[in-house]
Design a protein around this ligand. Structure first.
Ligand SMILES: N[C@@H](CCC(=O)N[C@@H](CS)C(=O)NCC(=O)O)C(=O)O
Length: 229
């Protein structure tokens, strides 16, 4: 059985569990507490999660994992064969992973949301570690966000960016059920995984809720990727 090593609140890990659900591939989740995140080095070149273990192999990076799973479990294909559709799928996935993810982080670590997410992050640790994670998680994450750049934007400026992103998405969904072609693809799952976590913050939910196309598309992706096996 596949093992999925994850941080529960990571959209990249969500992306992989949704793919496994869609493909109906059984898997065991192994939650890595923050205090044990140093162990990830053993099986991930970048020391990041998700990682899957399958038939003695460890595969890291959600994109590499997605391509691997699509090859090994070809039922319910996720990566378009048509070259032009593949280009769109790739660009959407990269936008989700490399842009939306930082806005999701920005929302989590806004002063009014920090306590909730620090506690979420620390919940798999105990004792002194739980205290340390709760106390220092926001500082550590804001440091990453500031280096990347979105962290240095004001809340208002970040929300303006998010509104523009949602507007682009809703316009693109006007004449389609899914982001690329007529079938659900890796593009949908990657963007959905970020939006699902974005919408867990009141400011993110408000930005999404004004777009019916996005709400309806999220419901379609949710139904298709729910675990029902
Ligand atoms: N490009 C990677 C990004 C994964 C990633 O950033 N994972 C975060 C959790 S959301 C992580 O493991 N961070 C720990 C670290 O940076 O040390 C992917 O697609 O899997």
């Amino acid at each position: 059985m596949i093992r999925l090593y994850q941080f529960e609140m990571s959209p990249f890990c969500t992306k992989i569990s949704l793919i496994l659900n869609l493909k109906k591939v059984p898997y065991q989740v192994i939650e890595v507490p923050v205090s044990k995140s140093y162990t990830v080095k053993k099986y991930s070149a970048t020391s990041k999660l998700p990682v899957i273990e399958h038939e003695g192999k460890f595969i890291d990076d959600s994109t590499d994992i997605a391509y691997y799973l699509d090859k090994v479990f070809p039922d319910r294909p996720l990566i378009p064969i048509d070259e032009k559709l593949w280009v769109k799928c790739h660009l959407y996935e990269d936008w989700a992973d490399e842009s939306l993810n930082f806005y999701m982080m920005k929302l989590r670590w806004l002063p009014q949301n920090q306590d909730r997410w620090s506690n979420e992050l620390a919940k798999f640790d105990s004792g002194l570690w739980r205290w340390l994670v709760t106390k220092f998680a926001s500082k550590a994450t804001l440091n990453i966000l500031n280096k990347q750049g979105v962290g240095r934007k004001s809340e208002q400026a970040a929300l303006r960016d998010i509104d523009r992103h949602m507007l682009a998405l809703t316009i693109d969904l006007e004449d389609r059920c899914f982001l690329v072609g007529n079938e659900l693809s890796l593009a949908d799952i990657s963007v959905y995984a970020q939006l699902k976590w974005i919408s867990e913050n009141p400011e993110g939910k408000a930005a999404i809720d004004v777009h019916q196309n996005i709400i309806q598309w999220m419901e379609r992706v949710d139904v298709a990727t729910r675990k029902n096996f």
